[in-house]
Design a protein around this ligand. Structure first.
Ligand SMILES: NC(=O)c1ccc[n+]([C@@H]2O[C@H](COP(=O)([O-])OP(=O)(O)OC[C@H]3O[C@@H](n4cnc5c(N)ncnc54)[C@H](O)[C@@H]3O)[C@@H](O)[C@H]2O)c1
Length: 314
């Protein structure tokens, strides 16, 4: 049996990864999560090869007890404090996540883990200096605590490989959405408001663009990178390259849900609201070997799976 630890597995992305991996009986999947933003209903249900442990990965003793007991083959370190507003309001808590990164790496090195996968973020590119943003050539311009932690995290992973030979793969996730995402985040929030016919609020003129990666595209790529031992000790952008303005997103959600919601513009955020981001996702596409899910299809998939709304012709 191959033992896999997924930290943050009660969350949106890692929960979907756990649900995917647990379907293979040769894996025993253990999720460690302190449930700060995660929910139990995101976890796989009814599998004998799955274990949930409530655990704060930033606390060495708490994590050591789990990692020494199981002696994992592979670790996916996805636990982190996330969300623009939450991370801007709690910068010290965000910086605490550096402890979790060090704990994961020290314990992985000392317990024979073969490879650690790390969920970094497009935020490491900061206010962008070029498009699309490439893993090897685009300079990192991180300034806010969340982005700095991801940047420091990447440096720790590379350093543990250099000094101790601990193998890694760093995933730089761009905006990833899906049915399990909390309504704190833009796509889920807009869908939720549209279905209730409530006002949809946008910071500034809404012309800031985002790219939206549907969760299945993320999971299919990362699982394949793991299972086929691809991109060892490398960085891979995981995201959709199609840019959509926040205003267009709101309009699309209203149209697809046939909602009477009104779009209301608020003052622009003082910090943390990047004007544009766009991944060079050629490495991801090489792995996936299929088209990515469009934003229209992704909204429909959420409506069908989360809200049980019958599919429409887009
Ligand atoms: N979803 C995205 O668009 C996106 C983009 C870039 C990077 N990421 C990264 O991907 C990872 C997953 O993000 P997500 O969107 O699924 O967020 P999420 O909030 O849904 O998941 C994070 C999970 O980590 C848990 N957690 C937080 N701190 C913890 C701690 N100290 N100990 C144990 N568990 C802890 C939370 O309870 C939650 O279940 C994060 O590392 C995030 O930074 C996500």
């Amino acid at each position: 049996m191959i033992k896999i630890l997924i930290t943050g597995g009660a969350g949106n992305v890692a929960g979907a990864l756990a649900c995917h991996l647990v379907q293979n009986e040769i894996y025993h999947v253990v999720v460690a999560d302190n449930l700060i933003t995660g929910c139990m209903h995101n976890l796989p249900q009814g599998y004998d090869n799955f274990t949930f442990i409530k655990c704060d990965v930033n606390n060495y003793d708490d994590l050591a007890a789990v990692m020494l007991a199981f002696r994992f083959d592979y670790v996916f370190h996805y636990a982190a404090l996330v969300g623009v507003k939450r991370t801007l309001n709690s910068p010290i808590s965000v910086l605490q996540d550096i402890e979790g990164i060090k704990n994961i790496l020290n314990l992985s090195k000392n317990t024979g883990v073969k490879r650690v996968f790390y969920s970094s973020s497009s935020e490491v590119y900061g206010e962008p200096v070029e498009f699309p943003q490439n893993e090897r050539t685009t300079p990192l311009n991180s300034r806010l605590p969340y982005a700095i932690v991801k940047n420091v995290g990447e440096a720790f992973f590379k350093s543990y490989h250099k000094e101790y030979g601990l193998d890694f793969t760093i995933f730089r996730f761009f905006n990833t959405y899906g049915p399990k995402q909390s309504t704190d985040f833009v796509v889920s929030k807009f869908i939720d408001l549209a279905l209730k016919n409530q006002d949809i609020t946008i910071y500034g003129n809404g012309l800031q663009t985002r790219t939206f990666c549907y969760i299945d595209d993320n999971i299919d790529t990362t699982a394949k990178i793991f299972e086929e031992s691809l991109y060892l000790n490398e960085v891979v952008n995981i995201g959709n390259a199609v840019e959509v303005s926040v205003l267009d997103l709101a309009k699309k959600v209203i149209q697809i849900t046939d909602s009477s919601s009104t779009i209301i513009h608020l003052d622009p955020l003082k910090e943390g609201d990047m004007t544009r981001r766009q991944p060079d996702n050629s490495r991801m596409l090489q792995v996936l070997q299929r088209e990515l899910v469009s934003i229209e299809e992704g909204i429909q998939k959420i409506l069908e799976t989360k809200y049980k709304v019958a599919p429409q012709t887009i």
